[in-house]
Design a protein around this ligand. Structure first.
Ligand code: LCS
Length: 394
């Protein structure tokens, strides 16, 4: 196999899992086993000491999972990656591995709700401090930094406000104080954004979303730029026991192959849906990084290769109008999650971000009227017709 770096992105998706077996299998088989036989007592001891890199036990490592980890590391330009049971397992593994009692983290106020809830309500019990600020504003991050800040954690674009944070500026700031930059790249996928190229130390995904893309598994993956951080993350995953399952990894590898064409198509649809919404008399505002009206269009061009497939909007008539819309769509599915082939609509304040305090939600821009839309790969005329008939009912 040539160096995967010599291939284009779509070729890497299809041809680079790094897996080879004696039968020449064209796909990565599912190694559905919990444990692996050692050749001898000496071999077993070598596997444990690291003198041999043979497989030991699936929580520690497994060939199907490793194929996915290798492939994601290539796509995100990292040293290596760790696959975990969910996006939230990625978040908690990162917090556990990189923060100690007495440390402080600065993060985006608008992040996926539970990423903030687990820090503010649980890691705080073990003495980890955090500040949630508008990371789209570098001055707010600088003002929040303390002598014990060890991690800057950003999500860009943020779920669900679509606010964009300057990754390169955050990396420079983090490194100037000896901290690490962690980026949740779920909303972009490596097809649209590679934070490690912009200086990030750790990148992670809820692979439940774009990377798998078919709404049939939950999973996460963490990519580290450097070996020492990777080793800490892997050790934490193994000890916490939040490994991915081989069957889960198989499905993700299968879904990943079409990441490029799925995102490309959904993004084309999203642009048309955003323009439709922006011109609709019942819509009060639309936030989509591809629109001319998007306040951070320059930053989007600087760090993203496309505007993505997520749209947030508000309706005249607020939450009641939003509920009428959500209760009357037919093709679009009223469901949480995002990044799949199907179009989904949901209401963050009462669903994905409902466990945040009302004050945190409002200060993060997650207003009661905000409706979130994840555009899929259906025929865009059908998506727009569905939205149009539901908007007529309001
Ligand atoms: N990070 C982001 C940006 C997310 O959107 C999610 C889940 C997670 C992390 C956690 O991943 P999980 O454990 O669910 O795999 N976001 C969801 C959402 O917006 N609706 O439902 C789940």
């Amino acid at each position: 196999m040539e160096n995967p770096k010599d291939y284009g992105f779509n070729s890497q998706l299809i041809h680079y899992s790094g897996h080879h077996d004696e039968y020449g299998s064209a796909t990565v088989p599912i190694y559905q086993t919990s444990t692996f036989a050692f050749e001898s007592a000496e071999h077993g001891a070598e596997c444990f000491s690291g003198a041999s890199n043979g497989y030991i036990y699936t929580r520690i490592g497994n060939p199907t999972i490793k194929a996915l980890e290798r492939q994601i590391a290539v796509l995100e330009h990292g040293f290596d990656s760790v696959a975990v049971s969910s996006g939230m397992a990625a978040v908690t593994t990162i917090y556990m591995a990189l923060l100690n009692a007495g440390d402080h983290m600065v993060s985006s106020a608008a992040v996926y709700g539970p990423s903030r809830v687990v820090m503010e309500q649980h890691f705080s019990r073990f003495g980890v401090e955090s500040s949630y600020v508008n990371t789209a504003d570098q001055a707010e991050i600088k003002a929040a930094i303390k002598p014990n800040t060890k991690v800057i954690y950003i999500e860009t674009p943020a779920n669900p406000t679509m606010d964009v944070t300057d990754i390169k500026a955050c990396a420079e700031l983090a490194h100037s104080i000896g901290a690490l930059l962690v980026v949740d790249n779920t909303f972009c996928s490596p097809y649209l954004q590679n934070p490690i190229d912009l200086g990030a130390d750790v990148v992670f995904h809820s692979v439940t979303k774009f990377i798998n893309g078919h709404a049939d598994i939950i999973g996460g993956v963490i990519i580290a730029k450097e070996k020492d951080v990777y080793t800490k993350l892997r050790g934490m995953m193994v000890n916490m026991g939040c490994n991915m399952d081989p069957h889960q990894a198989y499905l993700v590898i299968r879904g990943l192959k079409t990441l490029g064409i799925r995102v490309e198509r959904a993004q084309q649809n999203a642009m048309k849906v955003a323009e439709f919404l922006e011109s609709h008399p019942k819509v009060s505002w639309v936030k989509y990084p591809g629109l001319k009206s998007f306040a951070q269009a320059d930053l989007v061009k600087k760090q993203m290769r496309g505007p993505g497939t997520m749209i947030s909007f508000g309706l005249k008539g607020g939450l009641d109008a939003g509920k009428t819309l959500m209760n009357n769509v037919n093709l679009c599915i009223l469901a949480v999650s995002l990044g799949g082939v199907e179009t989904l609509i949901q209401h963050p304040a009462s669903m994905t971000h409902s466990k945040m305090t009302p004050e945190s939600r409002i200060s993060s821009g997650i207003t009661d009227e905000l409706v979130r839309f994840s555009v899929g790969i259906e025929d865009v005329e059908d998506i727009i017709r569905d939205l149009s008939q539901a908007l007529d009912i309001i």
